[in-house]
Write a protein that binds this ligand. Structure first.
Ligand code: FAD
Length: 116
């Protein structure tokens, strides 16, 4: 853990950024308008260019070229983001996340209602 008065280190920035990215995907519309698709696409593209970790940014940009964001709807985008996070997990030797549970993790909460 870090001193709360120090600038964010890579792991804290990473955790905070994934929280934002997965939550944005989890609240993306089920039926996005063309303009909403375009805004999300631009956000992800800009994010991949300005994220302040050069190694993370370069790899993320390459992955986006290989597999562009699925902007079709909430589940598509959430699954795409989950797959992107799994690519980084694999690279760092972290366990793979089951993407069938991505909306439970980032939107609905567990079925036992513990987050309600
Ligand atoms: P994190 O990986 O930050 O995950 C946070 C929480 O998200 C987990 O506790 C879990 O509940 C949930 N989660 C885990 N996997 C998934 C998934 N697939 N889908 C949905 N939810 C999930 N760090 C580096 O050292 N090198 C890099 O090259 C690098 N690239 C990055 C690229 C991007 C775009 C981002 C946003 C971060 C990157 N990071 C990188 C940071 C790294 O991914 C982690 O955020 C950091 O190592 C802290 O890991 P953590 O174990 O706390 O959990």
């Amino acid at each position: 853990s870090i001193n709360s008065e120090c600038p964010l280190m890579r792991d804290d920035l990473g955790r905070a950024s994934w929280s934002l990215l997965h939550t944005m995907a989890a609240y993306y519309p089920t039926k996005p308008k063309q303009e909403e698709k375009q805004s999300m696409n631009q956000f992800i593209d800009s994010f991949s260019k300005v994220f302040p970790c050069p190694e993370c940014r370069d790899d993320f940009q390459e992955e986006i070229i290989k597999s562009p964001p699925d902007l079709s709807n909430r589940l598509g985008l959430s699954t795409w983001m989950c797959n992107q996070h799994n690519i980084v997990n694999k690279k760092l030797g972290k366990p793979e996340f089951n993407c069938k549970q991505v909306l439970e993790r980032w939107r609905d909460g567990p079925k036992d209602g513990s987050c309600d």
